[in-house]
Design a protein around this ligand. Structure first.
Ligand code: ADP
Ligand code: ZN
Length: 609
């Protein structure tokens, strides 16, 4: 593992020069010095430079009043009429000259050589200083001068971090799927030449989606560590400041730094604070700045030579906030979801953070993991830390099971005071809803088999039921479409049957089911009453996207609506019927979900058998 020190310092002035108070009077001071220097140059009479022979002539004419000589033979002096002059005496005539000086009664002063040197150096010092300061000011970019004038905001050095992490996948627990997905990135960074040779482009921008604390930053750093490349990072929220133009110049800087160090990884945390949808913002003022920053980022992404050994990663927990322009092909066109850890993942994360800590024999990490549903990696790390502190407080050398219990209570009760008080009731509702989808999918032959059900919150959903088609299909039969409707309505049906009450959780399901039923009636000719007609869904050319013209009569529309309702009602009844018929298995499924958060398809099959 190579390491160049964890954090490089950044080029530029020393800290005392960077402090803003200095800057305030730096500029006026430099100007004053320049003016003083120029005035000095004009008022002091420049000495006349004489050739040695001219000097000797003047000397013999008795014109020389006094001279000062140094060891190197440099002579400065005044003529009788007051004119200053300079000359150099060749070493081979020095003795002869001495005679003449004595004859002419010239006042002679000798100077030690070092003194002379120092004196001239001192005389030039202000000019050196002025030139130095000017160069220094010129060298600093416009953006920094802006920051300087502003006297506020963070300096560049704090915004962009460059390091060579020594974190590896050993430090990231669980998340096998995510690891598989990033394998290719590491291969590319390790040997970009191999991609170049075959003319393949490397991976473009990759977006890591997930709640905060799920380990997105950790994962990005581990990729850099595994590939042994530089890691250039910044947080989106630090890009956008009050002053227009600062963010854009920081984005430029970020990419420049990565180019200097390639192969490298650029990591932008909190991408949503730069990449928010344009025009969706209500705060005036910073709007323009945010837009400029985003535009610069888009420009950098587009101007990017994909053959350069640079990979761009960004993280967000609010993908729906992002401007669509960011997600277009060639930009952040790949998304990797970093979910909250499952129970198994949690055990592994706990193990990673307990690696160097002494634990007692009575500790069962599975129990700890079971008691911490919904905890993120960061929260689990916190839990371990709290447990260690609890043990320490008791003067024990080892962490025991009860330390974890105490730590968990402290963390969870802290949380309970907020919205999590509702969590248990809510969790049951989610379990019932998802079990409904899953059971209905499992018992219908025409439905795709269930891969897994979870009640772990995911972006946009409280739980998920995944179905996997057994084979890739290009055609769907009527029976399959109907089964699919039933599965979509299964969640809502389960809430009806078990809780005798509906919730808002089914809105997405209903919208999807309605859309599918609509297409069955209008496009696929699957309704006897509407008949064998097909009106494909098409955006009107030149019209607003999403606004469709209706190619059929008002009466037909009414018929379509009625048929859609009938299909949906039939499907809902069927779903309810199926759940009632398999109520025992259904209840077991709900319990299992509550207990282990995730149940896979095979387990459901076993329950049904
Ligand atoms: P994010 O960037 O998603 O907000 P971080 O990467 O900053 O999350 O995670 C914060 C901390 O949580 C990490 O430094 C690490 O200690 C811990 N952590 C998160 N996920 C994991 C994991 N899968 N394995 C080990 N530690 C983790
Ligand atoms: Zn649902």
């Amino acid at each position: 593992m190579s390491q160049e020190g964890s954090k490089e310092d950044h080029e530029g002035a020393p800290a005392w020069l960077r402090s803003s108070r200095w800057r305030w009077w730096l500029l006026p001071a430099v100007l004053a010095l320049v003016v003083a220097g120029l005035v000095g140059l004009w008022t002091v009479d420049p000495a006349e430079e004489l050739a040695y022979t001219e000097f000797v002539e003047l000397l013999e004419d008795g014109e020389v009043a006094r001279i000062t000589v140094d060891d190197d033979g440099r002579v400065e002096g005044d003529l009788e009429d007051g004119t200053a002059f300079e000359t150099v005496v060749p070493p081979f005539v020095q003795e002869e000259l001495e005679q003449r000086l004595l004859e002419q009664e010239v006042e002679v002063e000798a100077v030690a050589p070092t003194d002379g040197f120092l004196a001239s150096l001192l005389a030039f010092l202000p000019f050196f200083l002025i030139i130095g300061l000017f160069l220094f000011l010129l060298q600093r970019g416009a953006s920094q001068q802006m920051g300087m004038m502003q006297g506020m905001g963070k300096s560049q050095a704090q915004v962009i971090d460059a390091e060579r992490p020594d974190v590896t996948f050993d430090d990231v627990a669980g998340y096998e799927e995510v690891r598989e997905e990033v394998r290719e990135i590491i291969d590319y960074l390790r040997e970009p030449e191999r991609f170049r040779e075959v003319g393949a482009r490397g991976p473009g921008g990759i977006l890591l989606l997930g709640a905060s604390g799920t380990g997105k930053t950790l994962m990005a750093r581990a990729i850099a560590g595994e590939a042994d490349v530089a890691f250039i990072s910044a947080s989106g929220s630090e890009f956008v400041e009050m002053l227009v133009g600062v963010g854009a110049s920081r984005v430029r800087d970020l990419f420049e730094k990565a180019r200097e160090r390639q192969p490298s990884i650029i990591f932008i945390d909190e991408l949503d604070s730069i990449g928010r949808k344009r025009g969706s913002q209500t705060t005036i003022g910073s709007n323009n700045e945010q837009e400029q920053t985003l535009n610069q980022l888009l420009k950098e992404l587009d101007g990017f030579d994909p053959r350069e050994g640079i990979v761009i990663l960004a993280a967000t927990n609010r993908p729906e906030m992002l401007d669509e322009a960011l997600l277009r092909p060639g930009r952040f066109d790949r998304q990797i979801e970093v979910p909250l850890p499952t129970q198994d993942d949690r055990v592994k994360i706990l193990e990673v953070h307990l690696r160097s800590k002494p634990i007692a024999d009575d500790v069962d990490l599975t129990v700890v993991a079971r008691g911490t549903p919904g905890f993120s990696g960061a929260q689990l790390e916190n839990l371990v830390n709290e447990a260690a502190i609890t043990a320490l407080r008791d003067d024990r050398r080892e962490i025991m099971q009860r330390d974890f219990d105490a730590a968990r209570d402290r963390l969870v009760i802290g949380k309970r005071q907020s919205s999590d008080l509702l969590r248990d009731a809510e969790k049951r509702r989610v379990a019932v809803h998802e079990a409904g989808h899953a059971l209905v999918a499992a018992v219908q032959d025409a439905a795709d088999p269930v891969a897994k059900v979870t009640i772990l919150p995911a972006p946009k959903a409280l739980g998920t039921t995944e179905q996997l088609p057994t084979e890739e299909r290009r055609l769907a039969s009527e029976a399959e479409l109907q089964a699919s409707l039933v599965v979509r309505l299964g969640g809502r049906a389960a809430e009806m049957v078990v809780l005798d009450e509906l919730s808002t959780g089914a809105a997405e399901d209903l919208a999807q089911a309605t859309e599918l039923a609509g297409r069955m009636v209008r496009e696929f000719g699957l309704s006897d009453r509407v008949g064998p007609v097909g009106y494909p869904t098409q955006d009107e050319p030149g019209g607003l996207p999403g606004v469709q013209s209706r190619p059929y009569a008002e009466d037909t529309q009414q018929l379509v609506d009625e048929e859609v309702q009938r299909l949906l009602r039939d499907a809902a009844d069927r779903a309810q019927h199926l759940i009632e018929q398999h109520r025992e298995v259904f209840d077991q499924l709900v319990d299992r979900l509550l207990e282990q958060e995730q149940v896979d398809g095979e387990e459901i099959e076993q329950l049904l058998a």
